[in-house]
Design a protein around this ligand. Structure first.
Ligand SMILES: Cc1cc2nc3c(=O)[nH]c(=O)nc-3n(C[C@H](O)[C@H](O)[C@H](O)COP(=O)(O)OP(=O)(O)OC[C@H]3O[C@@H](n4cnc5c(N)ncnc54)[C@H](O)[C@@H]3O)c2cc1C
Length: 148
């Protein structure tokens, strides 16, 4: 299905790019924790990314938070442009946080945080208790030494 990139934000300190895609009426919604295959350059083909946003039928947008890890993801900052057409296939996956326990503790690390971002956004729309533990590598927490 077709989509159009409506915003791009980059976080160079953690080598992450966040893209928000407006999808057409073919997208029937998704559950937090699911992923989609996204293609923005046909010769490169589709790559899987977790949908890092909760579904809102009024907004019809999907967010993806992508770490620059390899050949393709390392080029995304330069390649992606607002207004660019992309194709999105999905949603897929069953990591949807359903379970019989009334309370859950989630532990995320690195770019593996993306399903939890989607679920926190989803739960923000409903009352209830939740706790998220996110581990940050020590080098990100360290301050740059001052020059003087
Ligand atoms: C269900 C699912 C959901 C995902 N969700 C997300 C998400 O939300 N956000 C996200 O950022 N990513 C996510 N990913 C991962 C993402 O799909 C990949 O990081 C991306 O497709 C890699 O493409 P690439 O061409 O940039 O990397 P590649 O060049 O294919 O490299 C992939 C990895 O292998 C390593 N590598 C490559 N070549 C070698 C080698 N010769 N020796 C050792 N290591 C090597 C690279 O450093 C990199 O870590 C998800 C993957 C799946 C399956």
């Amino acid at each position: 299905m077709k989509g159009v990139i409506k915003s791009i934000d980059s976080y160079p300190g953690v080598k992450v790019v966040e893209g928000c895609i407006q999808v057409d009426s073919g997208w029937k919604g998704h559950s937090p924790g699911q992923f989609a295959f996204v293609t923005s350059k046909s010769i490169e083909g589709a790559h899987p990314y977790t949908i890092a946003s909760a579904w809102n039928p009024d907004e019809r947008s999907l967010s993806f938070v992508i770490k620059e890890l390899g050949d393709w993801t390392g080029q995304l900052q330069q390649w992606l442009k607002v207004g660019m057409s992309v194709s999105v296939e999905g949603p897929y996956g069953c990591f949807d946080f359903s379970g019989r326990q009334p309370r859950q503790i989630w532990i995320g690390a690195g770019i593996g945080i993306t399903p939890f971002i989607a679920s926190m956004k989803y739960l923000a729309q409903a009352p209830g208790r939740r706790k998220l533990i996110y581990s940050i590598p020590p080098r990100i927490m360290m301050r740059k030494p001052s020059k003087n």
